[in-house]
Design a protein around this ligand. Structure first.
Ligand SMILES: C[S@@+](CC[C@H](N)C(=O)[O-])C[C@H]1O[C@@H](n2cnc3c(N)ncnc32)[C@H](O)[C@@H]1O
Length: 388
């Protein structure tokens, strides 16, 4: 998701009335709530949350286009990495892949197809059970010998993947006021209806602690998001990996850059109908709300949970090392290839590797139980910005 911030001219501002009632009631009862709590309700409320809708969120007909949704070549490109992980852990049968936030299976299907020579168990970790069924149906339609199951959190020997999942974890928002850190909470305007930013004391010392641990000093007036939820998410993902690799791809930066001079206003953004916005209080329940991922926090959480940091690189370098170029050539030369199909693939690949678009996304890999000194394809180049 890398569009310019523009205010949609014909936007549908209407929020889900039930979600708004829930949010307002909680604020009336408890006072202003944290932005993380607001996000939890807006995105994850079991009945009405944005990610709990049966409507497909990513995709051309949805709100944003992820790399797997842009073209199946992305999933295909990951296959050599999955093979390398499987080989590194001694090729246990079947090859187990856990995908967090698998969406509609746009990554799963081409990945599994490209791994045709191996028996596969695919664990779908989704907040929305309907999407687990979508992925299962999609995979079983083309692969009769595959096992597709809703994730039960079991510890696996295999590969765990999360593409564009962490950016949607509920995040806190803070602002620096001279030498004081303040939190941006969600309150009600004088009319008792409209949601507004409400500045208050931090709801938890963990916010200042996180910034201090990362040696971050915000400037006066600087806004920032601090996603404390990443720690628990990574801890759970790590606990679910007996041996193998956890691969995380998302937009984000090392803390020094994420909280640096260039990002005075933070990175919070909303997505609806392929348009980027900056007002999280409109279209509640109907638009995505995201913030860039703190790569340093993810790396620390993963190593803190006992995983080895295998490397952090860019999506562009990762895909290039895995042979994306050859896959694109195959789009032109494979039996049945068409010029139209090739041009579509090429345009998607350009977005996937463009450093100003998805190509700059950090790819983080963490391992457990791998042979000492092993270098997995795709991880040779380390992102400079993530070195801190
Ligand atoms: C931005 S979409 C990405 C979908 C897919 N990975 C892709 O790249 O096209 C985020 C997906 O993650 C799911 N999701 C969000 N938070 C999650 C969480 N904490 N655990 C598992 N799935 C989650 C959503 O339901 C949604 O399908």
């Amino acid at each position: 998701m890398d569009l310019r911030r523009v205010r949609p001219p014909d936007r549908d501002d209407a929020s889900d009335p039930e979600l708004m009632t829930r949010i307002r009631d909680e604020i009336r009862r408890d006072g202003p709530i944290t932005f993380a709590r607001f996000m939890e309700i807006a995105l994850y409320d079991p009945a009405r949350g944005y990610y709990r809708s049966r409507v497909a969120r990513p995709g051309r007909a949805g709100d944003y286009l992820t790399a797997p949704e842009a073209h199946p070549i992305f999933g295909r490109a990951i296959a050599p990495f999955a093979r390398a992980v499987h080989d590194a852990i001694g090729s246990p049968e079947p090859l187990t892949i856990r995908e967090f936030g698998a969406g509609e299976g746009a990554l799963a299907e081409p990945l599994v197809t490209a791994l045709a020579s191996r028996r596969i168990r695919y664990l779908v970790a989704e907040v929305e059970p309907a999407r687990v069924e979508s992925v299962r149906a999609r995979l079983l339609a083309t692969h009769s010998d595959i096992e597709v199951v809703a994730d039960d959190g079991r510890a696996i020997d295999g590969l765990a993947i999360a593409n564009e999942v962490l950016d949607a974890l509920p995040t806190h928002r803070v602002v620096q006021r001279r030498d004081r850190l303040r939190e941006i909470l969600v309150g009600l305007a004088a009319d008792g209806e409209e949601l507004i930013d409400a500045e208050g004391d931090p709801s938890t010392p963990a916010l200042a602690d996180r910034l201090q641990d990362e040696a971050v000093a915000l400037r006066d007036g600087q806004l920032a998001e601090v996603c404390l939820a990443v720690d628990a998410w990574v801890a759970t993902a790590a606990a679910g990996l007996a041996s193998g690799v956890l691969l995380i791809v998302d937009y984000g930066h090392a803390a020094s850059e994420l909280y640096g001079e260039r990002r005075q206003a933070g990175t919070l953004a909303t997505y609806q109908g392929h348009r980027v916005g900056d007002d999280p209080y409109r279209a509640v329940g109907h638009q995505d709300i995201t913030a860039h991922v703190d790569v340093t926090a993810v790396e620390r959480a993963a190593t803190g949970a006992g995983l080895d940091h295998l490397g952090t690189t860019t999506q562009s370098a990762f895909l290039d090392a895995l042979g994306l170029g050859n896959l694109l050539v195959a789009e032109q030369t494979a039996p049945g290839a068409t010029l139209q199909g090739y041009l579509e693939a090429r345009s998607a690949v350009v977005r996937m590797i463009d450093p100003a678009a998805m190509g700059g996304f950090p790819v983080m890999a963490f391992g457990r139980g791998l042979p000492p000194g092993i270098t997995l394809d795709g991880l040779l180049e380390r992102v400079g910005a993530a070195d801190s």
